[in-house]
Design a protein around this ligand. Structure first.
Ligand code: GDP
Ligand code: MG
Length: 336
């Protein structure tokens, strides 16, 4: 009930005021509104975001990725609770594009982050599974803005599914954290090299008990390997730390890293530049998504799309020629 979309026709200004006051119920409903694909909801969501826009932008946006089981959720809870103790308000958003599975993993995460979820200074929002990647990116970007308007200082975006989600998330946050298990290279084969190149901070988790030496060695290995990779930001040398989300060891240093990272990027101007670049990129992604959607749905295109694909895959027609024909049909031009 509390997550039901806001009633249509409800005054946007009133909702905006409640979000601005940090009312978590209003925030939860506003996030549900931006998640809705209904045309009237979409319009209301856009109006709400525009109203709130002047109150956004103040938070530090942190993306967290890593293979399943590395300890992302456990880390977020520990890190989040420490942040609250430091006087921060923490919002956690989960991104799971492309996943068709039900709420199992998310349910597990909710119980794992139980203490954080109970804290009045925290807001945890799992994503619903199975949506289109473009839609997930937009919803998450807008959810970040809503959380900022509600006064959260730290927005954590956790990737749940593997695949595209890492780059999607990296493009909407200020700082990107990679959490790894204390394992040898073999066990990390699922991890794409490109992901390591996106990371501003690498944490080798589970540096406790019998795994402590493994974790420290792995951290030293990664630090060595990183010397060969260009860091995402020249003003910030990528840090590698062995931490334990379980005991909390090393987590305070991560908070220091976050603060130093922000200072370094703000001092050079890269902080604002990166955000501007991300906004420009999001604009073009929105344009591309909307155009494609209109293109596919346009009747003259829709009726010929399957045949055109067949012609191209069978080698009867070049992709360029087929695309040109479809575009001409879409634009109402006479095909040459
Ligand atoms: N020993 C140890 N186990 C951990 C640590 N962090 C997480 N785990 C365990 O690793 C498993 C996966 O953790 P989870 O946070 O769900 O990983 P996620 O899939 O990356 O979100 C759970 O059984 C956790 O209890 C840690 O720092 N040390
Ligand atoms: Mg998790």
């Amino acid at each position: 009930m509390s997550n039901a979309p806001l009633a249509p026709g409800l005054a946007i200004d009133a909702i905006a005021a409640r979000v601005r006051r940090g009312e978590r119920r209003a925030l939860a409903r506003a996030v549900t509104l931006v998640e809705s694909t209904r045309a009237d909801h979409r319009r209301a969501a856009e109006a709400l975001i525009e109203t709130l826009l002047p109150a956004t932008g103040g938070a530090t946006r942190i993306g967290i990725t890593g293979p399943p089981g590395a300890g992302k959720s456990t880390f977020i809870e520990r890190f989040g609770l420490q942040g609250i103790a430091r006087g921060c308000r923490i919002a956690v958003l989960a991104v799971d594009p492309g996943s068709k599975r039900g709420g199992g993993a998310i349910l597990g995460d909710k119980t794992r982050m139980a203490d954080l979820g109970r804290a009045p200074e925290a807001f945890i929002r799992p994503s619903s599974a199975g949506a289109q990647p473009g839609g997930v990116a937009r919803r998450t970007r807008e959810a970040i803005l809503l959380c900022e308007a509600a006064g959260f200082d730290i927005i954590i975006v956790e990737t749940i599914g593997a695949g595209q989600s890492e780059t999607t998330v990296a493009e909407m946050v200020d700082m990107f954290l990679l959490i790894l298990p204390p394992a040898a290279g073999d066990e990390l084969q699922g991890l794409k090299r490109g992901i390591v190149e996106l990371a501003d901070l690498i944490l080798v988790n589970k540096a406790d008990g019998a795994l402590i030496d493994h974790a420290r060695r792995a951290a030293a290995d990664y630090a060595n390997a990183l010397r060969l990779i260009r860091p995402p930001h020249p003003e910030w040398p990528v840090q590698v730390r062995a931490v334990s989300a379980l005991t909390g060891d090393g987590i305070a240093a991560v908070w220091e890293d976050v603060a130093r990272f922000r200072e370094a990027l703000q001092a050079s101007g890269a902080w604002t530049r990166q955000r501007a670049e991300q906004a420009r990129h999001a604009l073009w992604a929105e344009i591309g998504d909307a155009l494609l959607e209109r293109f596919r749905a346009a009747p003259p295109v829709a009726t010929r799309l399957a045949a055109a694909e067949c012609d191209v895959t069978a080698g009867r027609r070049t992709p360029a020629a087929a695309a040109r024909l479809l575009l001409a049909l879409f634009l109402g031009e006479t095909p040459e």
